[in-house]
Every structure is written in C-alpha cells, then in structure tokens.
Design a protein. Structure first.
Length: 245
C-alpha cells in the first residue's frame, strides 16, 4: 500500500514564524500603553478642571458686564445679576436625582436690565407621586437680584424622542431648540442659582463630576495589559526557547 507522508507540502512550512509572537507583543504593548497615556492625560485635564472650579468659587462675584468682557474665563465664577423672570418660557428638566429622590430642575430665563436674557436653573424639586402633575413653586413677578454659579449651558445629549418647545417637561436642555423658541441671541451660559428664596426649591449644587478617579483606574488597567503582554512574550518566547535549547 502506498505510504502517505504527513509532512507539509513543498514550499510550505507549518512552523510559526519566530518573529510573529514578538511583533504581536510589541503591537499590543504599544496600543495599550498609548491608551493608558491617553487616560492619564484625561485624568490630569479633569484634575485641573476641578482645581479651576474651586479657585473660581473663591473669587469675588462678577456682574454681567464683566462676564461679557472676560468670556470663557467666567466659567464657574459666581455672578450677581438683576432682572425679571419670564415664566412663559419655563421648562422642567426631568430625571434629576437629589439624595436618591427623582425630580426636576426648573429652568427659565431672567430678562436683564440691559435687554439681554440669561437662563437660570432655579433649583431642584421632587417629583409628585402623580407624574402628570408638575410642581408649582412660586415665581417672583418683581425685579430680582440673584447670585449663582455660572456654567456652560449644555446642549448635546442623546434623546430617544425630542419634546416640542412648548411642552413643559424636557429630558435635557437643548440650547438650540430653546433659542428657536425663545430668543436666538440667548448666550451659552446657565446660572445655577445659589441665593435663597422661599419657593420650596433645593439649591444644592455639588462640584461637577470631573471623573479623575475613573480615568486613573482605566489608565492602570491599560498599563496592566501592556505589562501582561510583555510578560507573556518573555515566558513563551524567551524563557520557553531557553528551556527547549
């Protein structure tokens, strides 16, 4: 009977190229190290942002003219401002949680003395047992002098369905949609009111979650994967080869 050889066909080799594990280890180590560096840089950036927030809170309160003059540098600064609320353009931001309770943030514009307007987050209110019944805190009709923390008005969120401008409850503050409804010249700022008022709203504004710890954990994970790839290469390529030799 003819004998069939189990050897590879001429010109072909079943042996793995000796450089392939080394190349794979280098690629994995380079990729995971670069991802670790990126997360470390993100952590440093967020840490600087948190430090900026704390410094800004300690500075004297600005007025509106100063905010317009310094622009982006007004972020997280305290602002003292006067004007009248316009309740016709009041909205509630849904699914805002405070101390484990679901509720809303109340947003409405303050018409300033110079004719401009500024959005104000007046505070948080717990949701009623009947979600179809919204809270009804009193809105001052007279001219108000408020103090608060100035932050950028956020407008980029993923929503499954958008509310029409006239609906009282929004999932998020879509600034472009609000401008189309209210005033296209509305600035990119939102004032978190801190001055007290007898309206039943809670004004407890924590420091923004800058996520420094989360980025550092991710960075450590990527660095660990880089070290693991190098360790596996040393074991399977270097040490095993020496043992066989």
């Amino acid at each position: 009977m003819p004998q069939f050889s189990q050897s590879a066909a001429p010109g072909m080799s079943s042996a793995r190229p000796p450089w392939l594990p080394t190349l794979a280890a280098l690629l994995v180590a380079a990729l995971t190290t670069s991802l670790g560096e990126w997360q470390s840089q993100r952590a440093e950036t967020k840490q600087a942002l948190g430090a900026m927030y704390e410094r800004a809170r300690q500075l004297p309160a600005l007025n509106w003219a100063q905010v317009q003059a310094i622009g982006e540098s007004a972020r997280y600064r305290r602002l003292r401002i006067s004007g009248e609320f316009d309740p016709a353009f009041q909205i509630w931001l849904d699914n805002r949680v405070h101390q484990g309770r679901a509720g809303y943030h109340l947003i409405l514009p303050l018409r300033l003395d110079d004719g401009a307007s500024l959005l104000v987050n007046r505070g948080w209110h717990a949701a009623n047992a009947d979600r179809g019944q919204l809270p009804s805190p009193a809105t001052p009709s007279a001219r108000q002098t408020l103090e608060g923390i100035l932050i950028p008005a956020q407008s980029r969120y993923l929503e499954l369905a958008q509310a029409t401008p006239a609906e009282p409850v929004w999932q998020n503050l879509d600034l472009d949609r609000y401008r189309a409804w209210f005033d296209s010249s509305l600035p990119d700022w939102l004032l978190l009111q801190t001055s007290p008022a007898d309206d039943g709203l809670t004004r407890d504004w924590p420091q923004p979650d800058v996520g420094v710890t989360r980025h550092r954990i991710y960075a450590a994970q990527w660095y660990s994967l880089a070290a693991l790839s190098v360790g596996l290469w040393l074991y399977f390529v270097v040490l095993t080869k020496k043992a066989v030799g």
